[in-house]
Design a protein around this ligand. Sequence first.
Ligand SMILES: [Zn+2]
Length: 476
Amino acid sequence: MAPERSAANKPTPVDIMFRSRISSIFGLLAILAASVPRSVAQAPDQREKLPADPQITAALMQVSAQRIQADIEKLVSFQTRLTLSAPDADSIKAGHGIGAAREWIKAEFERYSLDCGGCLEIKTDSFTEAPADRIPRPTVITNVYAVLKGTDPDSSKRIVLVTGHYDSRNSDTFDVTGNAPGANDDASGTAVSLECARVLSKLKFPATIIFLAVAGEEQGLNGSRHFAKMARDQGWNIEAVLNNDIVGGDRNSQQDPGVVRVFSEGVPVAATDAELRLIRNLGGESDSASRQVARYIAEVGRTYQTGVKPLLEFRLDRYLRGGDHISFNQQGYAAVRFTEYREDYHHQHQNVRSENGIEYGDLPKWVNFDYVASVARVNAATLASLASAPAPPMQVRLQTKELENNSTITWAASAGNLSYEILWRATTSPEWEKMQAIGNVTRTTLAMSKDNVIFAVRAVDILGHRSVPVVPQPER
Ligand SMILES: [Zn+2]
């Protein structure tokens, strides 16, 4: 049990916005803005930059655009990966259809595992989906995943997960034989899962990482729904799900290859009525567990050189669209979606053809492999940071027994040589603005009103790995 002591004595918070630098940079930016094509990534980022872990920095250098290109072209070579396409032995042998794709993904994971002395456990989650809107007959759907088990007996129960869907489609969701290359949607996301597995399996982490490729996404999120429910039924402690879907950086003239969008739910779909009441009363609409993961990703993007900046989108998904992260949200897990900045709908869910001078189809020639590699780096850095970090603090409470202008926060002591940091931001601010390190305590009182800010607590280990911050629940 860590000693309890109050940290009310003169907080000296670190201002996460390093305002002093801004004036000198502004002049330079004004000149740059006039001469360089506009990119969302060019906005000056003055927020907190945490120290990088040299092991993670080195791993990111291993991410290869050439490997990713080879993965995507291989997935496209199966001609169609429609969930309803032929899964029989002859088709697999001929390298045609979703069965062939599945076997290849499995073999890739097995190859990576051979390279790390059998460090990956390769598994499948196979089930028969009953007929539904986009499933005309009972259909076997198989998710493939590789588990890099954590090295610490306690921490290994904590799981971070990266996923993409390996099924594809063309203009017709029932066309079982027609070409459906799905290079961007979603061989790109599948390649991110594979490349993260290849690079991170060479390292060891206290917590567990799962690299997942699901099927059935285009028929109605069937694969991820089954997987997320299995995880919930078996009590898996998944801290974060990173879903990559359409991360190819489509080569259209309005693309911004400097950013990747990160979608996260605000009010959790799985919130209970009591939780919804608290969210309404206390302004918790932007503090779901998924949103904390999104903020964590933004911070990772500032700490590591990935080649792409996470652009947080405070909504579940794009208009009229959904994805596999939603299946995990529905089971109460924190899950976000990565998607390129500007999609070209001529290159998604389309038969490959040319019409009135427009080329349709989801072909590898539209994919920017360097961009996919950058997105893979953001994912790998996030997975590695979370799998290295201590568990998030538990039972985090904000004392609200009486009216007072100070704020007292308490939490349960965690095992290990940890310290804690309090973060806060204005109720109107998207990201954490201030931080105060408070040492190895389980209680602190800050001389500021809880009515004016949103607080969070995160755990820090001796090497500087930070947990996902946890927003306190009120305690009366
Ligand atoms: Zn997709």
